[in-house]
Design a protein around this ligand. Structure first.
Ligand code: NCD
Length: 322
């Protein structure tokens, strides 16, 4: 995946994963998003950037934030946007993702924003489309969610500065099933985060490869000591075999970020969550809505980051008007 998304000059041609994305490229996407942010939020946008281009949102899993942020970002860039209705489409008749995408490409779609249930589907898609089309991963299985990783890095950077080397960051909960965690871990390593901590019940820990370079804790209270950022992850019951946790109540007792627990972190620590939240399970409502929460800023930054990605793909001339 990491090779397929770069051209011979190491410029972005698809965005499939943050794994292996060069630091300079990652930082230039964040810089670009930071510049676009005021125009993303005010709505004035950058309307000439994708004028005449067509973006399709092809989502095979549920989404609120990601899909709407991509739609708003594409509109702010002046693109025509199609929201593909999977439940009403011929995918229900057995048409494959590749055939669906080739059909849309024949109608003039330039950028394919895709959320897939299986890891690997995106790389396959990038392989079958014309050279003039680009694929952007909006989440595939548990593997990657690169624009989420970027928006989280932008949010962290805006609060803690560009130099992550002095930061202690903590990811908590269902890391095993989380593409958000995987993309965050790649980005945090690339950007040189000082200390990366992971806290989870052993049944929700990912493979050793994913954990590489992180300090693993089996107690949330211990893991929280002195951290500058804590990211709570949703308990992904839809991806979970039964029996990985004893009960929701027991999970909430041991792993919920409560106002009391948050006091163990640095006094100016920020609290993140990619959404959707299970209030009262992994995060207490008082924390989600409290002064240290930057959860809605993450959402706002998601529009700017997606604008930056699509603008860069077009500028790199990998999205070619036919
Ligand atoms: C996440 C996702 O779908 O990967 N949400 C998001 O895109 N912000 C996380 C989740 O579903 O828990």
């Amino acid at each position: 995946m990491s090779k397929l998304q770069l051209d011979a000059e190491d410029r972005l041609r698809h965005l499939l994963t943050l794994e292996g994305l060069p630091r300079a490229l990652l930082e230039s996407l964040l810089d670009r998003a930071e510049i676009l942010r005021p125009r993303a939020l005010s709505g004035s946008g950058e309307r000439a950037a994708l004028a005449g281009r067509t973006v399709v949102n092809l989502f095979f899993e549920a989404s609120t934030r990601t899909r709407n942020a991509f739609q708003i970002a594409a509109m702010r860039l002046g693109a025509d946007v199609v929201n593909f209705e999977v439940s009403q489409s011929s995918t229900r008749k057995g048409e494959t993702l590749a055939d669906t995408a080739l059909t849309l490409q024949a109608m003039g779609v330039d950028i394919f924003v895709v959320r897939a249930a299986e890891s690997g589907a995106l790389a396959e898609l990038a392989g079958v489309l014309d050279a003039g089309s680009a694929v952007v991963n909006a989440g595939d299985g548990r593997a990657a969610h690169p624009t989420q990783g970027l928006l989280d890095m932008l949010t962290l950077r805006m609060h803690k500065g560009r130099d992550f080397s002095g930061l202690k960051v903590l990811l908590v909960g269902d890391v095993a099933h989380s593409r958000v965690a995987r993309s965050n871990l790649h980005a945090l390593r690339t950007l040189g985060a000082g200390e990366i901590r992971i806290a989870a019940p052993t049944t929700l820990l990912p493979s050793a490869e994913v954990l590489d370079g992180s300090r693993v804790f089996d107690s949330l209270n211990e893991a929280l000591a002195g951290v500058d950022m804590v990211m709570m992850l949703r308990l992904q019951r839809e991806r979970m075999a039964e029996g990985l946790i004893d009960s929701i109540d027991a999970y909430a007792r041991d792993w919920q970020l409560t106002p009391q627990r948050l006091q163990l972190a640095a006094p100016d620590a920020i609290v993140m969550h990619p959404g959707p939240m299970n209030r009262g399970v992994e995060i207490a409502a008082e924390v989600a809505d409290g002064p240290q929460s930057v959860i809605l800023e993450q959402v706002a930054n998601g529009v700017a980051v997606r604008m930056a990605v699509m603008q860069m793909l077009v500028e790199n001339r990998h999205v070619v008007r036919r």
